[in-house]
Ligand binder design. Structure first.
Ligand SMILES: [Zn+2]
Ligand SMILES: [Zn+2]
Length: 391
């Protein structure tokens, strides 16, 4: 065995091998830890599940129960003091640079007990993976040195920083700080870039927080979720079964009747419904109104257009003033804003009976159709057309 190990490879070959191995690690994290263990949105063949669990132990020293519990807690407490890694609460610098430390801090016995249910507790977990947490990465270092010689050192270093940097830092940090939002979920989650390749699809973090039980993280035609691609490949091989897709409603053009099924379908699709309301009602109304007001008010309207459909907790006091100013000035915008809030009551108000919801929706549509506002009338027809997909 020479200085360059048993394989004696060229540098470009080593780079390719390193990228391939980090991709396997990322795929293991996104499919096994995240979609399977934390959210139970994909079933895996036991052999594949165990391969992933082994690989994560071997290349990252991550413990399945700890990761799962901390991640579930993150969803249950997003952007609050209890959130293990919110950049909104803790500052982006800390989450980006100290992602791994935050995981260690958060892994308390109470958190593991409360959020870590249904994670592996078999013989190998109890006797190898949990007590010998760092044995895997130590073995990996030895294997790297044997196969790649001195190059094994930097390959190991890349393997060690890949998950803390990309998954713990970039996704948990930037994914709640910077990027675009397809849906107004009730926290600051964002899609960092539309192409989820490098971090296995986890880049699409706004989509994920909007539909946390969906095994598929892409939502728009131009978005790519490589993790979903692999789930489909494993499904074809009989090794995976995606689940957790609620009876998402469908739209039947021309359907008029509003009943419990319509309410249910709208509630299931509330993220899409509110997105459609923004695109089909609010934005055209703002475009028209902006043309009618004096030139000096146009920048204010431009600001308010972005703010009006934003998740309420994400609007600052200063921004609220701009929005209020437009709402006071403009009767039509005020009316559309009120209608949006009334619609959200359907799924936000607790204790409302099904029949009351049906009545509220009928009334909502009736008022919209009598409003004389074309976009609103059309949107009432849009709402009426919702139905549940047959099971
Ligand atoms: Zn998140
Ligand atoms: Zn999640």
């Amino acid at each position: 065995m020479g200085l360059y190990g048993l394989l004696d490879l060229a540098v470009w070959q080593l780079i390719l091998i390193t990228l391939a191995m980090t991709h396997v690690t990322i795929v293991s994290v996104t499919i096994y830890l995240h979609r399977h263990s934390a959210h139970n949105s994909v079933e895996l063949h036991p052999a594949l599940a165990h391969f992933f669990r082994f690989w994560i132990w071997f290349t990252t020293s991550t413990n399945t129960k700890e990761w799962t519990a901390i991640h579930r807690k993150h969803h249950a407490t997003t952007e609050t003091e209890d959130d293990p890694h919110s950049p909104v609460v803790r500052g982006i610098r800390k989450v980006l640079l100290e992602g791994a430390e935050l995981y260690n801090e958060a892994a308390t016995p109470e958190t593991l007990e409360r959020f870590g249910k249904n994670t592996p507790e078999d013989w190998i977990e109890r006797n190898v993976y949990t007590p010998y947490k760092y044995l895997g990465i130590a073995m990996l270092a030895v294997l790297n040195l044997m196969l790649f010689g001195v190059h094994g050192i930097w390959i190991w270093a890349v393997q060690m920083i890949w998950i803390p940097f990309f998954a713990a830092g970039i996704v948990n940090g930037l994914g709640h700080f910077w990027g675009y939002r397809n849906f107004e979920c009730a926290d600051n989650a964002r899609n960092i870039v539309p192409f989820g390749f490098l971090i296995g699809g986890e880049e699409l973090h706004n989509n994920h927080h909007s539909f946390p039980h969906s095994p598929k993280l892409s939502r728009r035609w131009y978005e790519l979720d490589i993790g979903w691609f692999w789930i489909r490949v494993f499904q074809c091989l009989g090794l995976a079964r995606p689940k957790g897709i609620k009876p998402i409603g469908l739209r039947i053009p021309g359907k008029q009747e509003v009943d419990q099924e319509t309410v249910q379908a709208i509630t299931n699709n509330r993220m899409h419904v509110m997105r459609a309301y923004r695109k089909e009602v609010l934005e055209p109304a703002f475009r028209e109104q902006k043309e009618r007001v004096a030139r000096e008010f146009r920048p204010l309207y431009r600001r308010a257009r972005k703010l009006i459909s934003r998740e309420e907790t994400l609007v600052t006091a200063h921004e609220r003033q701009s929005l209020e100013q437009v709402l006071q000035q403009n009767e039509l915008i005020r009316q559309l804003h009120t209608k949006a809030q009334e619609l959200q009551q359907l799924w936000q108000r607790r204790g409302m009976k099904q029949q009351e919801k049906v009545q509220a929706l009928i009334e909502w549509c009736r008022e919209a159709e009598a409003s004389g506002i074309r976009h609103l009338e059309e949107f009432a027809a849009h709402l009426r057309s919702y139905a549940l997909r047959p099971a």
